[in-house]
Design a protein around this ligand. Sequence first.
Ligand code: ASP
Length: 425
Amino acid sequence: MMQPAHQQVDHRQTKQILWAMILGLIVGLVAYYYHWTEFVSVLEPLGTMFIKLLKMLIVPLVLSSIYMSIVNLGSPEKLGSLGVKSIIYYFITTCIAVLIGLILVNIFKPGSGLDIASISNELSTEQVTKFQTSADTGLFKTIMSVLMDAVPANPFQSMAEMQILQIIVFSIFLGIASLVYRDDAKPMIGFMESLEKLSMTLIHWIMKIAPIGIFALMVAVISTAGLHALEALGKYMVVVVLGLTLHFFVLLAIASWRHKSSPWFVVKSVLPAMLTAFSTSSSASTLPVTMACVEDNLGVDRNTAQFVLPLGATINMDGTALYESVAVIFIGQAYGLDLSLGNQIIIFMTASLAAVGAAAIPGAGLVTMSIVLSAVGYPLDGIGLILAVDRLLDMFRTCVNVFGDAVGTVVVESYNSKTSPQQTS
Ligand code: ASP
């Protein structure tokens, strides 16, 4: 049963963050048009510092939260049921996202009749190598390597390198062993419990400076993002953003239904996480904020949030999957390539899976997109067409990725408790 929210939505803080973002957007645009490069370079470190503070909490939080959720669940079976429900949710929502993307891009055809030469960006040698390596690896190997890489050879190295999936696996093992040998595990449970609580305290403190960090990040991104390409790629961007918006509403309807709350309550509750995702373009960096929003504002049971969110941040990326499907068809349309139903089905499947392989960091979706391109035999150079606006679109898709993770906790929790949760506000 979902617990009542022990802390109500902090409207003031959410409003501050929202205003900081809007202000950052405006100042960023002014800085772009008037070339305020110095001003931006003075402001940028504040944004970087905010991201670093968020990142600082990822490892302690993932380690302790997964561990504590297992210890509190009390049995590996319950964990299995949580895992299966999460994966079913991830799978279904990702498929819906890709489907929305494919339908829209086929209706609006943003790539047809484009003057490719005028918008194409030459890829750097480094980018070509990166995309080629990812394409050569192929989907099967990518998914296999996600699975293989999930097992840590050295958990301390995994923590040092912030390999979230590996940390999750290590915490699961440690948690199960602690269930079996509870007496031996007492000091470890105490340590993890305290690490988890202190990490959450720190995230609440860090969120107090979120408006400053988000303002600085917005100015930096908007003043350097490829605004010059807005016109040529306008239709493409509209299709991506429209698709993401539609998917957002699908998720919102699901959340509101399963949480038995008004959609507005759900949005208000998750807004700080979505705004952080928008300005950092990283689901991983946003994870601590998502955790706080889901537990404090939506009142989702701690054990569920602690398990479902870290996993979701790593493998559940609805926004990225939708984006990849639209982008690949867009490239196909621009180059006049084969857009047969067969190819679209391949794109549907590969885009859904390639998003699983994408890391929760800025620009990761662009790299795994090369797998989708090569699956249908499209040229990797096509990425050059959309490169200029990728950073901007990354903000939108990360926002949907994070919202999808948050909604996942509500859905899994509601099926776990069998009775639907009560509205908390
Ligand atoms: N930036 C996205 C995320 O962190 C991944 C992507 O590039 O699509 O969720």
